[in-house]
Design a protein around this ligand. Structure first.
Ligand SMILES: Cc1cc2nc3c(=O)[nH]c(=O)nc-3n(C[C@H](O)[C@H](O)[C@H](O)COP(=O)(O)OP(=O)(O)OC[C@H]3O[C@@H](n4cnc5c(N)ncnc54)[C@H](O)[C@@H]3O)c2cc1C
Length: 373
């Protein structure tokens, strides 16, 4: 009999949430994480209704609510004018909590459920499938380590090396651009997001908990705004807003791209989270979607293990379909903030005004808060 029912590769937010759900179901779970220390990079901040439901199911919804900022709504602007104002319905809240805090709460929950479930400093190098198990070879500071598990969930992120080893394709989809980002102190940050869809490119800003604000700027063809002064100058040029930047570090740049795995399963191994689909951060749904997928997978695994091999065709169909929908939405959001000539800017301003007008406003905010995903 294998040592574990499920081995999860990667203790990102998605792998950790799955671990919580499976441990609660009484399965024998181990999570292998290559990092020895927690990942403090600030990436996801937005938590939507389906994500919050998943966090509730994992037992940390109350903690997340108490630390997070609740976004009241948002404004879409262009050329110094407000095109649309949206409020989020009480039943579809958007919470803001930096990813390192969410991950820390998930890690603490995993450790509370099973003190030895999380193995850090443990890089999975190889998977070998036998008739009734997967043999996993990992590398640790103390030397190689072997595990066996009935199922392996590969949640090792967008640059998944194991996905390639499993010979699973990684197909590119519409939506690709470069952005720069910086979180700054802002005691007046409030509780509203502002999206400036400017002719020279998007500038967006989101309030963060603890009196801070995140600014994201779409880079022009020749920009790579890694210098604070350039970052501030571009925001002022596009929006007329001069942001105060104090003790923060330099902006970071990232490429927003979209990919989907061509399949999710290979025998007893299944891809999950960013390893399965990359959703552009513009729209902020990748982590939330990974949690929704994790809930679906947990149901299928708990239904079958340890006795039977899980049947994952339905899971795979749902995941790929909702990823495709989320990617279409994100590609649309990205196009609204692309640098554009006057006629295009005029056309998209009309469209954004229409999407923010009372008859369709509710539908638009549903779209932004992951309705239907
Ligand atoms: C700028 C930015 C903003 C974003 N904003 C949002 C947002 O607001 N809302 C949202 O929903 N999403 C957002 N996202 C997306 C979100 O960050 C990702 O979807 C999320 O991190 C995916 O989680 P994951 O657990 O699948 O992968 P990851 O977070 O990448 O975790 C993978 C883990 O696997 C580990 N690992 C890798 N290889 C191995 C190995 N061989 N062995 C062991 N461990 C391994 C890594 O060290 C890592 O800890 C944003 C992304 C970016 C870049």
């Amino acid at each position: 009999m294998p040592d574990h029912d499920v081995l999860i590769v990667g203790a990102g937010p998605v792998g950790l949430l799955l671990a919580c759900l499976l441990l609660q179901d009484g399965l024998r779970v181990v999570v292998c994480e290559r990092r020895a220390e927690a990942d403090e990079r600030t990436r996801a901040i937005g938590i939507h209704r389906p994500g919050l439901d998943a966090l509730d199911a994992a037992g940390i919804g109350t903690d997340v609510r108490s630390e997070a900022l609740r976004l009241a709504g948002g404004e879409v602007r262009s050329r110094r004018r407000t095109l649309a104002t949206l409020a989020f319905a009480p039943d579809r809240p958007v919470l803001i909590l930096p990813q390192p805090r969410t991950a820390a709460l998930l890690r603490a929950r995993v450790c509370a459920l099973a003190a030895d479930a999380l193995v850090t400093g443990c890089t999975v190098r190889a998977l070998r499938q036998t008739a009734d198990a997967v043999q996993v070879t990992a590398e640790t500071a103390e030397g190689p380590r072997e595990f066996t598990a009935s199922m392996v969930v590969v949640a090792d992120g967008v640059h998944s090396r194991l996905r390639g080893e499993l010979d699973i394709g990684w197909r590119r989809h519409a939506g690709r651009a470069s952005y720069s980002m910086l979180d700054v102190d802002d005691p007046e940050a409030g509780d509203r997001a502002v999206l400036h869809c400017e002719p020279a490119g998007l500038v967006e800003s989101f309030p963060l908990p603890d009196g801070r604000r995140r600014w994201v700027v779409r880079n022009g063809a020749d920009d790579d705004l890694r210098c604070t002064d350039d970052f501030r100058a571009v925001i002022e040029e596009r929006t007329g807003i001069r942001i105060g930047i104090g003790r923060e570090t330099e902006p970071t740049s990232f490429i927003a791209a979209q990919h989907r795995a061509t399949r999710l399963t290979r025998g007893r191994v299944v891809l999950l989270g960013d390893a399965a689909h990359e959703i552009s951060p513009i729209g902020g749904q990748g982590m939330n979607l990974g949690w929704v997928d994790a809930r679906r997978l947990a149901v299928e695994l708990a239904r079958s293990l340890p006795e039977r091999m899980p049947e994952l065709a339905r899971f795979e169909w749902h995941v790929l379909r909702s990823a495709s929908r989320a990617q279409r939405r994100s590609a649309f959001y990205m196009s609204m903030g692309a640098p554009a000539a006057a006629p295009v800017v005029h056309g998209r301003e009309l469209l954004m005004r229409a999407l923010g007008a009372p008859p369709v406003r509710g539908w638009t905010s549903g779209l932004l808060t992951m309705r239907g995903l």
